[in-house]
Structure formats: C-alpha cells, structure tokens
Design a protein around this ligand. Structure first.
Ligand code: HEC
Ligand code: HEC
Length: 293
C-alpha cells in the first residue's frame, strides 16, 4: 500500500488508511465551514473589545462601548419608582377616608391589594376572601374584631392568638371538656344559642330546655358574648344572634364549640409586610366586605 494514492473515481488523495478494504478520502474542509469559523472567531474577538468580557480579579475588562446591563436595570427600576412614588406617598399620607373618596387611589388599592391578598392571605381566606371551614369570610358584613380599616389593619398587624405582645385573642373556654357544664347543660345552652338565630326552632317540647339554656347563658357566656349575645369585638367574642358563623351554625357545631372550646389562630404580619402594604391590604379587605358592627 503506497502512501500517495489517488482515488480513481473522485480524483481525491486518500489518507492512506484502510479498513476492511474501505479507504478514506483526504477531502479538504468545505470552504463554507472555514469561512463560518473565521467569521465567528473574528466576531468574538471584536466583541471582547466592545463589551465587558474578561474577569481580572477584582475588576473586569469594561469594553469600548462602556455598556453595563446592571446599571441599565437599575436605571429602569429608578424610573419605575419615580412613576410609582407619587401614589405611594399619597396613600401613605392620606387617611383611609380620603383614599376611599379618591377613585384613582382606590383602583391602585384594588390592584395592589388583590395581588398582596393572593400572595399572603388566599391560602386561608380563599382567593375571593370568602373563607371556608374555620377561616372567616371577609366579604360579608360581619367583623368579629371590628370592620373599620384601622381595626382590620390592627388584626393583620398583631394576628390572633399569636406571640405578638399586643395579639388579639380568641379564647372560647371548653365548658364541656373541663367539666363546667354537663351534657344536659351544654345541650340546653346550645339550643338557646341556636334559637337566637332560628326563632322557629322553639317548640312546645323544647321551650323549657331553651329557657334553662338562657339562664346558663346569662351565668356563663354573657360576660364575653354580651347579655344579648351580640358579641364583643374587643375580645373577639362573636355575635351569636346573627346568621354568620365561623365554625358552622348547626346545633351540633354549637354543641361542639361549647364542649371543646375554640381558639382560632391567625398569623401576625407585622414583620412580613411593610406598613404601606398593611394599609393597602386593610383598605382592600375593607372594600371586599362592608362596615358591619
Ligand atoms: C372568655 C370569653 C368567652 C366565654 C365565657 C364564652 N365564649 Fe364563646 N367564644 C368566645 C370567643 C373569643 C369565641 C371565638 C373563638 C374563635 O374565633 O376562635 C367564641 C366562639 C363561640 C362560638 C362559635 C361561634 C362561631 O361563629 O362559630 C359559640 C357557638 C360560642 N362561643 C358559644 C358560647 C357559649 C354558649 C358560651 C357559654 C357557655 C360561651 N360561648 C362562652 C369567647 C367566650
Ligand atoms: C394561616 C391562615 C391565615 C392566613 C394566612 C391569614 N389569615 Fe386571616 N384569619 C385566619 C383565621 C383562622 C382567622 C379567625 C381567627 C379566629 O377568630 O378564631 C382570621 C381572621 C382574620 C380577620 C378578622 C375577621 C373578622 O371578622 O374580624 C381578618 C381581617 C383577616 N383574618 C385578614 C387577613 C389578611 C388580610 C391576611 C393576609 C395578609 C390573612 N388574614 C391571612 C387565618 C389566616
């Protein structure tokens, strides 16, 4: 086998290698590929000179065009802040009532509030704020801790039954479990509470039990829930005479509440949300419901 061998068909030199009778042609790299390689290399070298490229310890080659994408991003952020700032400071400096009167600020409150609510509150209160099992509906007209913008902001800031020094409390004692009321008494007081919002549930048969329940209520429950069971927002004792229930309004739910007690928990947002975010959310949540009692 000679090293200099020309393929009779294509006219190319062979490389001189042979595998099982097959010989490899010594064909040059196609011109197009060569040009492509040269152009991309030249492009890369030009690029090194134009843009920031090589790290040099603490610094880097800055490039002739002097571009800096970090700087550009920061400039864009500054611009966005300038556009937002006027309304941020307007919301900061206005009272809730002033903001509520301003349709433009309220539309910002609704947009920003909706996003903040989705990120922080929807997991428990639902996307639409309608709550669910053991999570209050924030769109109805009843507020356990008061429904003014300030009261809602305070509920968010300190939470309910939390570690926060000013936490709101929800401490409904377990009258049955701790032996204060026996089952007959628990049932009687529960029937009385049920009858407050369901007057038609009073019949000739259960009338005496309900009257006995009323006495038990006055002795054990009125201190927190009020003599007429209309609740006390200061201690989060709910109104028991209205149609709104946190833990369900069936007779069995009321019996469970009296037997087991209830201590709901709502996290504090003091450190997780800024003052302005809390203000926007309180205005937003307030706009979902109505200022009840
Ligand atoms: C120490 C104050 C206190 C006393 C006394 C008390 N409650 Fe409560 N009760 C509360 C609080 C606070 C809640 C709300 C608990 C929560 O939100 O987790 C509550 C919740 C309830 C609920 C659930 C309401 C709902 O919306 O689902 C019922 C029913 C209830 N109480 C009935 C009674 C009855 C009946 C008595 C008397 C036997 C009584 N409570 C005594 C403070 C009290
Ligand atoms: C981990 C679940 C959870 C999250 C998250 C949560 N909440 Fe709550 N929230 C509760 C529970 C439970 C209660 C009722 C506690 C009780 O009274 O027993 C409550 C009560 C409230 C109340 C009082 C309602 C009334 O009738 O007075 C407001 C207002 C409220 N939440 C707003 C918010 C807002 C705004 C956010 C988001 C920043 C939020 N919550 C996030 C669980 C949660």
């Amino acid at each position: 086998m000679s090293l200099e061998e020309r393929d009779p068909v294509s006219g190319h030199q062979t490389t001189g290698h042979e595998w099982n009778g097959i010989k490899e042609l010594d064909t040059p790299v196609p011109r197009g590929v060569l040009i492509f390689l040269v152009v991309t290399h030249v492009f890369a070298v030009v690029w090194w000179f134009l843009l920031p490229t090589w790290p040099l310890g603490e610094t880097y080659t800055k490039g002739l065009l002097n571009t800096d994408q970090k700087k550009e991003v920061n400039e864009k952020l500054d611009e966005a802040r300038l556009v937002r700032d006027p309304w941020i400071s307007q919301i900061e400096q206005s009272t809730p009532a002033e903001i509520q009167r301003d349709p433009q600020l309220m539309s910002i409150v609704r947009n920003t509030g909706h996003r903040l609510f989705g990120d922080n509150c929807a997991a428990c209160h639902g996307r639409d704020g309608k709550g669910g099992d053991e999570f209050p509906d924030l769109t109805d007209s009843y507020w356990q801790y008061g429904g003014s913008v300030e009261q809602i902001a305070q509920t968010m800031r300190v939470g309910i039954n939390t570690e926060h020094p000013e936490t709101r409390t929800a401490q409904m004692p377990a009258f049955g479990r701790s032996g204060i009321l026996d089952y007959a008494q628990t049932s009687a007081v529960a029937n009385y509470v049920y009858a407050l919002s369901h007057p038609k549930s009073v019949t000739a048969e259960n009338r005496d039990e309900i009257l006995a329940g009323r006495e038990i209520f006055e002795a054990n429950c009125a201190a927190c829930h009020g003599p007429a069971a209309r609740g006390d927002p200061e201690i989060g004792a709910p109104d028991l005479a209205d149609p709104f229930w946190l833990y369900g309004g069936e007779l069995t739910d009321i019996i469970t509440a009296v037997h087991e007690g209830r201590q709901g928990h709502m996290p504090t947002w003091d450190e997780r949300l800024s003052d302005i975010e809390i203000k926007i959310l309180a205005l937003y949540v307030h706009s979902l419901g109505q200022e009840g009692h």
